[in-house]
Design a protein around this ligand. Structure first.
Ligand SMILES: [Zn+2]
Length: 98
């Protein structure tokens, strides 16, 4: 995940933005202070909270296997590695919404 403006890859969370269609996590680039949001349209089966948790683990450099076992354990769900992989790829492919 990199900033569209400056290419920096370090973000801080800046709260949630919610409307009747979607819920978005707002991020702020640590370098140029641009704001970005990510929409909850990755996978409707899982809650945005869980997707967010997966992406947080990924940003901390954990492996897919590790992420799956951590999140499944904590949330009592049955995520697969391929689901986690798909979410990460979706974010990496710059589905950022301005
Ligand atoms: Zn930036």
């Amino acid at each position: 995940m990199t900033c569209k403006k400056c290419g920096f890859d370090n973000f801080i969370k800046h709260g949630m933005r919610t409307n009747k269609y979607s819920q978005k996590q707002v991020y702020q680039c640590k370098q140029c202070n641009s704001f970005f949001t990510i929409k909850n349209n990755l996978n409707s089966i899982y809650s945005f909270y869980i997707i967010q948790e997966v992406l947080d683990h990924f940003c901390q450099g954990k492996s897919y296997a590790k992420i799956v076992s951590l999140v499944n354990e904590k949330e009592k769900i049955n995520l697969s590695k391929s689901t986690v992989h798909r979410w990460v790829q979706t974010v990496k492919n710059k589905k950022w919404q301005k």
